[in-house]
Design a binder for this molecule. Structure first.
Ligand code: ZN
Length: 582
């Protein structure tokens, strides 16, 4: 068996957000070894240059003598060729950035994201990696996504990717243990302000797990699952790991019904990644290159389908009302319709370019890119509805997902887009597979007008309340209203307004936070209004001709839906179609 690469993590100076890591490189790997700190972490496709948090680094030979370390680019170091014996390398990290992809260490807790923490030895990907992490202070506890190792306070990764895919949390933290389908699950809360309702969270997790297993099969594809959840004053998100997830939610999440509903969706999303992404892996993500981006064209499945099911499964599990599911789908549809970039970038391109577009959005982003989460979920919705239109008593997209899992889950080669299309064809025929290929290969929208009838729904348009359309997205605070984006070919665009212009007045009247639509309501479509903005030091006034209001569209029950459509609705989301208003 290959010799393990060992790490010792020292949290003694956690008050100053400092982490000291010592790596022992075994003798057979040490001469000339290239040590790499990843520049990104799997699941979050942007270069983060974690090496910028390395403050000091030094190498020593087996007798304790200093060894020269040569820098290789910004994120790698080279050991000398002529070393004999094992080598220790020690580095100090600054860890004061709380997110699901970065390290945060203070007097309350320590969240360690392996990609941001551990140097890896190039060419030693298949060696076991052992982490020694004693809790500091000693009454704190370590929660590891890795299984325990051979000695106290150690955790063992079977290979490099296992290490990189397994976060750590340390603290005296509220947590709950629950066994689901014979597999121990742990939820850990590192937010301040006391423990949330842990039994309720365990019950949510149980319902979510059951709904996921109903899609993929009774067996969970892991023997342990740990959720590390941080609460902070704002922000949120999640990151999937091989045997767990890191979540971040607003601190008041469990006191707020809407935030609680979103939390249930986030939990479902990351839990689904146990199958989709972590074990049903896009072929191009099977062997990630940690010192540079690894591109994938399949994020429309990896994230788009996961995003669709993270709304559908909480509904089936009884954690969301069907109305909330419909509200969420219709708002994703409205947002996608209002994104000119869907006509310029395909889902496949959006996936490939995630590194330079999705994760680094600027004010022009809606004009040039589409969102493989939202747009990808709508393509999944369309596919699901078309399958259910053909077979109202079938299981729609579940059947495709299940087939893809059975064919390619746990496959060391992963799956390709052709494999997805083959699974669609096997369930819904070649024409449907060709349609899906078209949806992801070319820019443009899915067709959702008629197909919603498959589950007894229709679109209802309400145009009573809407104001004329300016064609902008806003970023608002108490002190300013900024045109976060000016949508291509819309009224503001045609008048020459730009993203990041600060909106001061319309026809001489100031526009405060939350006031734009009531200010615009005083005008008629086709009318020209004077829009005054500040652009850096310049004050500009442009005449903008307003467009008609964007219709407000809702998913409601169809007039006289068939009995088959009613059954299809129940099989789709677990609710009763009669409970949806006509
Ligand atoms: Zn995801």
């Amino acid at each position: 068996m290959a010799a393990p690469i060992r790490y010792h993590v020292d949290l003694a100076d956690r008050l100053h957000h400092l982490v000291q890591v010592t790596m022992t490189v075994p003798v057979e790997l040490a001469p000339g070894a290239r040590l790499v700190l990843p520049v990104w972490t799997p699941g979050s496709y942007v270069v983060r240059d974690y090496a910028r948090h390395v403050q000091t680094i030094a190498a020593r030979d087996a007798r304790g003598a200093a060894l020269p370390l040569h820098r290789d680019g910004t994120t790698a170091w080279l050991l000398p060729e002529e070393v004999t014996g094992e080598v220790t390398v020690t580095w100090e990290l600054y860890a004061n950035d709380l997110s699901v992809r970065t390290n945060h260490v203070d007097d309350h807790h320590a969240l360690l994201i392996p990609a941001a923490t551990f140097l890896c030895v190039d060419g030693a990907e298949d060696h076991p990696h052992e982490v020694h992490l004693p809790p500091v202070p000693s009454d704190h506890r370590v929660f590891s996504l890795l299984p325990p190792g051979p000695t106290a306070d150690t955790y063992l990764a079977s290979d490099r990717d296992h290490l990189i895919d397994s976060a750590f949390e340390v603290g005296a933290l509220p947590h709950v243990d629950v066994e689901l389908a014979g597999v121990p699950h742990t939820f850990v809360w590192s937010g301040h302000g006391g423990a949330p309702d842990l039994p309720r969270i365990a019950a949510d997790l149980s319902a979510i797990s059951e709904a996921c297993r109903a899609v993929f099969g009774a067996q969970l594809p892991t023997d342990r699952y740990t959720i590390l959840c941080a609460g902070w004053d704002n922000g949120g998100g999640g990151l999937e790991h091989r045997d767990g997830a890191v979540l971040q939610v607003p601190i008041h999440t469990f006191q707020d019904p809407d935030l609680t509903a979103r939390f249930r969706s986030l939990l479902t999303h990351e839990y689904l990644h146990l199958w989709n992404v972590k074990r049903l892996v896009p072929a191009d993500l099977v062997r990630p290159t940690y010192d540079r981006p690894t591109h994938s064209e399949s994020l429309w499945v990896a994230e788009g389908w996961t995003a669709y099911y993270d709304e559908l499964l909480p509904t089936r599990a009884g954690l969301w009302q069907p109305r909330r599911l419909l509200d969420t789908l219709q708002s994703t549809w409205a947002r996608t319709l209002d994104t000119p970039g869907v006509h310029r970038q395909s889902l496949r391109q959006a996936s490939h370019e995630a590194w330079i577009k999705h994760y680094v959005r600027d004010h022009n982003a809606p004009n040039v890119m589409t969102d493989y989460y939202g747009h990808g979920s709508l393509v999944a919705f369309e596919l699901d509805l078309r399958l259910r239109a053909e077979a109202p008593d079938g299981d729609g997209l579940d059947t495709v997902f299940r087939l893809l899992w059975e064919r390619h889950g746990l496959d060391p080669a992963g799956f390709t887009e052709d494999d997805v299309l083959a699974a669609v064809a096997a369930v819904g025929g070649d024409d449907l597979a060709a349609l899906v290929d078209e949806r992801v290969a070319r820019p443009g929208l899915p067709e959702l007008e008629e197909v919603v009838g498959a589950v007894g729904l229709r679109w209802h348009t309400d145009d009573r309340s809407a104001s004329p359309h300016l064609g902008v997205h806003l970023r608002e605070s108490d002190t300013e209203v900024v045109l976060a984006s000016v949508l291509r070919d819309g009224p503001a665009w045609r008048a020459g307004l730009s993203g990041e212009d600060r909106l001061l007045a319309i026809d001489g009247r100031t526009v405060g936070r939350g006031r734009l639509s009531s200010v615009l309501a005083a005008f008629d479509p086709g009318q020209e209004v004077a829009v005054t903005v500040a652009r850096g030091p310049r004050l500009l006034t442009r005449g903008v001709t307003l467009d008609p209001p964007r219709p407000d569209r809702r998913l409601v029950r169809a007039q006289a839906p068939s009995a088959a459509a009613g059954r299809a609705f129940a099989r789709w989301c677990g609710g009763e179609l009669t409970g949806i208003e006509p």
